[in-house]
Design a protein around this ligand. Sequence first.
Ligand SMILES: CC(C)(COP(=O)(O)OP(=O)(O)OC[C@H]1O[C@@H](n2cnc3c(N)ncnc32)[C@H](O)[C@@H]1O)[C@@H](O)C(=O)NCCC(=O)NCCS
Ligand SMILES: Nc1ncnc2c1ncn2[C@@H]1O[C@H](COP(=O)(O)OP(=O)(O)OP(=O)(O)O)[C@@H](O)[C@H]1O
Length: 207
Amino acid sequence: MKPRIGVTGGIGSGKSTVSERFAQLGCAVIDADEIARGLTLPGGAAIAAIQEQFGAHFITHEGALNRAQMREAVFQDPGAKQRLEAILHPLIQRSIFDRYAHACEHSAAKVVIFDIPLLAESQQWSPRLDQVIVVDCEERTQLARVQARSQLSAEAVAAIMAQQASREQRLRKADWVIWNETLSLQALGDEVLGLYNELIAVLPLQH
Ligand SMILES: CC(C)(COP(=O)(O)OP(=O)(O)OC[C@H]1O[C@@H](n2cnc3c(N)ncnc32)[C@H](O)[C@@H]1O)[C@@H](O)C(=O)NCCC(=O)NCCS
Ligand SMILES: Nc1ncnc2c1ncn2[C@@H]1O[C@H](COP(=O)(O)OP(=O)(O)OP(=O)(O)O)[C@@H](O)[C@H]1O
């Protein structure tokens, strides 16, 4: 089995950028957000259950999840968030481990990166991973990055952040921390390269 490295961070912290850099370095990357999106496209495995649980008005004419409407529902209402997660998280988890098994058999990568936004929110991940990397920055930087790339209001971003683990809770799960506050994108890439070399040195690798 290949080493499993978790990458996590709050909204806008830079975890997708870090995971992309690991992919450039030849790592296999499993992206939980991408899996979640696939499950809620037209014909996705979660659509029927979401329609039954939330109603047909949460499904677009094309048969996909209406993401904006669901975002407004779940980030204002913890009960709705729980109901959505009860549908999606078991499916996401199964898909992650299917992809991991596939990567172990078919990928030349030395390590597998698990890009999991909600790693710190659940007890289940740490025991299933060999190492955890937390991408961290100030909350005001998270807000600025998210607003620079989306139409979300400051209130909408704050509502999402309030539903995520705090920085302290997340940092408690960390074996490695990338402090993505003062780094340029180039320097962030170099930091990931340095970390990759350290991981390769300390982890038992498949040959
Ligand atoms: C609520 C949904 C429809 C909103 O979709 P939308 O395209 O507007 O946002 P997107 O998926 O890009 O997420 C925006 C930010 O919220 C975070 N986020 C997503 N779901 C959650 C959640 N359940 N709890 C806390 N933060 C979350 C993401 O990590 C990201 O930082 C979508 O996020 C969703 O289906 N969430 C449930 C699945 C899930 O838990 N995904 C995250 C881990 S795999
Ligand atoms: N060090 C940095 N310098 C400049 N821009 C950065 C830096 N790190 C990340 N960004 C930018 O901030 C934005 C958010 O980064 P990214 O998408 O990697 O975050 P994320 O943690 O995956 O967010 P989300 O949880 O919302 O998916 C992106 O536009 C990215 O290019």
